[in-house]
Design a protein around this ligand. Structure first.
Ligand code: N01
Length: 529
């Protein structure tokens, strides 16, 4: 049976960097990747319009200063093929591919207490043994296929945005139904509408949106960033968002009405998640949140011709920003096109999928193609899909059945020598996820280095420390408006999933400093032998 010092599961942003760090440390390490190539989320999510809604100049590794200078990001927000090319270039430059097993899906992992090792099984029925097991499986990697009666009986083409055909899909002359109106749908709907003969969008919940204001990368912005990259990267590591964007310091409620309007107009002009950064109170004070919500609705009403459709597109079910904000490029104008319809599933819910199309309580919508833009079993789906068995037969899936429990999102009591990159309880999806990944990967690598130097063979999160961290994560979330939304952050999009606010909303800076202190103090909160 092959034996490793470390096995990394996944070869996206997290897995590639983890593999590189452990290779540099001189460990015998392999990465196991279910896809046929590197890229993770950017390998799978190839739907039309797929692009990153974090700005290109920040959404990349900070540990490759030469690549920062060589690489040119063509647009303010990068398209999926560009990011995938970037990750391929990283894999080539760092010579990572020889240590990655592709088309290799991990199905089970169990901890052997006597040997202090993990035995990892793959779906190809291979078995291997490792001292450290690092799950770099991504926060948004398991597609959510809603359980709509008759889904398998549909006679046309069925697509999920997170499992898009690699050869692409031609919508020309097709009648198309899109289910879902989250970030993915909002990116893809304008593109699908460009090709399709008829497009019907099935909306259950309108989402809050900000304009992306995407554009070709201005040469002066790129030059300025390249001149200052090292300094900016260093600063971004200690901002709350993991990005170098001016943040906070202003409470919207401290401004008079004219000033509030001026700042919001400026935010909309700048576009992207800049909207969330200038104010300290939008996600804590319902009055501030209502002002931003009203302003955003006003913008939608200016862009959508039919007032009844505009009303439906204005998000009202949750405070602004408490579900992941969507960044739109021409989304709202799509509903001004004659061949595009919006179905309000609150008024007429989907009752079934038939051979011919999507049936609501009102009518059958005949379509050639159904696009499920229905999101992911977020943050835990990839981990609970694997039979992970720790000490004394503890099963991770069972441990998390009533809600996720993890110390720093990096380790779980009862599961020694198992690390999770950007697991529940870490800032992960609340910030620039590449910066979040780097912080976790570096912490895990340093921790493994410390264990090796101190001849320790086992590290495990202490149950009391884990409880204290979970309490802190919950208290931090409860001080905000976030838990008011039925979001995937809460597990609310998956029937039967425990409703717990999973990510840490205290910001990267506070989290990083806390993690640093723990390491400096000899890994307090962890039991080591
Ligand atoms: O998924 P979502 P997504 N019947 O869960 C609807 C990231 N991302 O793929 O809100 C009818 O947000 C569901 O309705 P409701 C980003 O973090 C990043 O769009 O549950 N509708 C919702 O409208 C994002 O947040 C980039 O009522 C059903 C939609 O499907 C995350 O991925 C780009 C339904 C799902 O929205 C997920 O976004 C794109 C049903 N049975 C995405 N089930 C970047 O740029 C679900 N829905 C990095």
């Amino acid at each position: 049976m092959p034996q490793y010092d470390a096995i990394v599961v996944g070869a996206g942003f997290a897995g590639l960097y983890m593999l590189h760090r452990l290779q540099k440390r001189g460990l015998k390490v392999i990465a196991l990747e279910q896809g046929s190539d590197v890229g993770g989320t950017w390998y799978w999510n190839r739907y039309p319009g797929a692009r990153c809604d974090n700005e290109s100049l920040g959404y990349s590794y900070s540990f490759m200063p030469d690549l920062d200078q060589e690489w040119c990001w063509p647009e303010r927000y990068s398209e999926q093929p560009v990011i995938l090319r970037y990750l391929n270039q990283v894999a080539d430059k760092l010579e990572l591919r020889p240590d990655i097993a592709f088309d290799t899906r991990v199905s089970a992992a169990s901890f052997d207490e006597a040997a202090s090792t993990w035995t990892v099984e793959t779906q190809n029925r291979e078995t291997m043994v490792t001292r450290y097991l690092i799950m770099a499986t991504g926060c948004l990697s398991v597609p959510n296929w809603p359980d709509i009666p008759g889904r398998d009986r549909f006679g046309g083409d069925t697509l999920h945005t997170a499992q898009w055909p690699h050869e692409g899909y031609d919508f020309t002359d097709k009648t198309v139904g899109v289910i879902g109106t989250g970030s993915t749908a909002i990116q893809s709907i304008p593109q699908i509408a460009d090709q399709a003969r008829r497009l019907t969008v099935f909306q259950r919940t309108a989402n809050h949106c900000v304009p992306a204001q995407n554009c070709p990368m201005p040469s002066d912005v790129e030059a300025e960033r390249k001149a200052n990259y090292p300094e900016i990267r260093a600063k971004s590591r200690y901002t709350n968002s993991g990005d170098f964007v001016p943040q906070g310091g202003t409470a919207l409620m401290d401004l008079d009405e004219a000033e509030q309007r001026r700042v919001l107009e400026d935010c909309w002009r700048q576009g992207g998640f800049y909207t969330q950064y200038p104010f300290d109170d939008v996600l804590t004070d319902p009055r501030a949140n209502a002002i931003v919500t009203a302003f955003s609705h006003e913008q939608i009403r200016k862009r959508v011709n039919d007032p009844a459709i505009a009303d439906l597109l204005c998000a009202n079910s949750h405070p602004f920003g408490t579900k992941r904000l969507c960044a739109d490029s021409g989304y709202f104008e799509t509903y001004n096109l004659d061949h595009v319809d919006l179905v309000d599933l609150n008024a007429t819910p989907i009752t079934a999928i038939t051979h011919e199309g999507i049936k609501t309580s009102e009518q059958l919508h005949k379509v050639d193609t159904i696009v499920f833009a229905t999101g992911f079993d977020a943050m835990t789906g990839a981990l609970t899909a694997i039979d992970i068995v720790g000490r004394e037969g503890a099963v991770l899936r069972d441990k998390w059945a009533d809600g996720t429990r993890s110390l720093l999102g990096v380790a779980v009591a009862g599961f020694p020598n198992l690390f999770t990159v950007t697991g529940p309880g870490s800032p992960s999806v609340m910030i620039n996820v590449v910066t979040a990944i780097e912080q976790h990967v570096e912490w895990i690598d340093d921790c493994i280095g410390w264990l090796e130097e101190n001849s320790a063979s086992v590290i495990e999160a202490d149950a009391d420390a884990e409880n204290a961290w979970v309490d802190h994560v919950n208290e931090t979330a409860d001080a905000t408006l976030y838990p008011q939304a039925d979001s995937w952050y809460m597990g609310a999009n998956i029937p039967g999933k425990a409703r717990v606010f999973m990510p840490y909303v205290g910001g990267l800076r506070r989290f990083r400093l806390h993690c640093e202190t723990i390491a400096e103090d000899g890994y307090t909160g962890f039991n080591i032998r």
